[in-house]
Design a protein around this ligand. Structure first.
Ligand code: F6P
Length: 377
């Protein structure tokens, strides 16, 4: 395919931050300018900065030294083009975004983000913009890519935390319950739970029975191991709560009228607010059912912070440079997916609105069971 005249491309990062975002920005920007002779401009704070036309220079000098830096030099937000809070009202700002895209004579817009960003990018593609996305998230739940960058670094952080919690658990003969991020997918808790040697791993994909968790811990006590480490994904639920959640989620999907949608949304919000305390409640329940003291650690945003791992720097650079290459060939409307050691452009229609959760027959789940880890079921 012939390579075209100078192209102007915009880059933004959107959604939760994660390690590797700057490595990706650098990968796109260095290849685009250094190899393909393109002009590159950044937009601050996700789609909001594009709407407010707030830009950031991304010349080769600005890209120097950011490979190892955590977070994103562009800033990010969870604002959506279809429904953005402006002047106290949620409005569709896509017309303003299109106007700014044209004002900068952009040939393409690179959106680096997780599941929500893929959906927002598809919306702008449907509005006629040339968009191309890169998958990032510590949750590893973006569909149609082997892995997202940010995951590997968070996996290392959560595993190290579990390693450290082991020493205090067995020194005090306690149950240590550690809550791990991941939103509604269990990749981070499962990976770190196995790598850290957790005795129990609870995932959103496998609703748990607290009595079975307690029995696994009591079994360890009977075997003389008077401590246990329980790795809980933030989205994990008991079987009873999972049934409630499914019902609330279904009524939201099935709601027809504005009033029904509002009621369903409130019910779901109420459920999620109550669920926020789930890990603390679980620890208390286990204390009661086992007679062992319990302590809770919620890892939180530590998992999203700091310098990216070598694996994430490599992945983000690979995806970023492949993105610039695709733009030079005029390929748009796709996500740059990781596929083994290669990359592959996947139409956004195949990615948006889908969530990659842990399949119940996944090899990691089998391995966890084979080393005697309880999954609470
Ligand atoms: O998607 C990344 C993530 O860190 C999830 O693991 C977590 O549920 C969520 O973002 C937290 O969102 P926020 O940054 O808006 O608090």
């Amino acid at each position: 395919m012939t390579r075209h005249a100078t192209k102007y491309i915009g880059i933004l990062t959107s959604g939760g931050d994660c390690p590797g975002l700057n490595a990706a920005i650098r990968g796109v920007g260095k290849a685009a300018q250094g190899i393909f002779g393109m002009q590159v401009i950044g937009f601050r704070d996700g789609f909001r900065g594009l709407m407010e036309n707030r830009t950031a220079p991304l010349g080769l000098d600005n890209l120097s030294g950011i490979l190892t830096v955590g977070g994103t030099i562009l800033g990010t937000s969870r604002d959506k083009p279809r429904r953005m809070l402006v002047g106290g009202k949620e409005i569709d700002v896509s017309e303003t975004i299109i106007a700014n895209y044209q004002k900068h004579h952009l040939d393409a817009l690179v959106c680096i983000g997780g599941g929500g960003t893929q959906k927002n990018a598809l919306y702008l593609k449907e509005k006629g913009l040339n968009v191309i996305t890169l998958p990032k998230t510590i949750d590893n739940d973006v569909a149609m890519t082997d892995v997202s960058f940010g995951y590997h670094t968070a996996l290392g952080i959560a595993t190290e935390a579990i390693d450290r919690l082991h020493s205090t658990a067995h020194s005090h003969y306690r149950i240590v319950v550690v809550e791990i991020m991941g939103h509604r997918a269990g990749w981070l808790a499962l990976g770190a739970g196995i790598a850290g040697g957790a005795d129990v791993i609870l995932l959103p994909e496998i609703p748990y029975d607290v009595e079975k968790v307690a029995e696994a811990i009591r079994q360890r006590s009977r075997a003389g191991k008077h401590f246990s480490v329980v790795a809980v994904a933030e989205g994990a639920m008991s079987a009873r709560d999972a049934a409630h959640f499914r019902a609330a989620d279904e009524s939201k999907q099935e709601a027809r009228t504005k009033l029904e949608r509002k009621k369903a949304k409130n019910a779901l919000q109420e459920f999620q607010t109550r669920h926020a305390g789930n890990t603390l409640r679980l620890a208390k329940q286990l204390e009661g059912l086992t007679g062992l003291e319990s302590r809770v650690t919620i890892l939180g945003y530590v998992q999203r912070g700091g310098s990216p791992s070598a694996v994430d720097r490599l992945l983000a650079t690979r995806l970023g440079t492949a993105c610039a290459d695709l733009i030079s060939e005029g390929v748009y409307g796709v996500m740059v997916a990781a596929r083994g050691e290669k990359t592959e452009p996947v139409p956004l229609e195949k990615v948006a609105g889908k969530r990659k959760t842990v399949p119940l027959d996944h090899a990691w789940i089998t391995s966890a069971r084979l080393v005697g880890t309880s999954l609470g079921d």
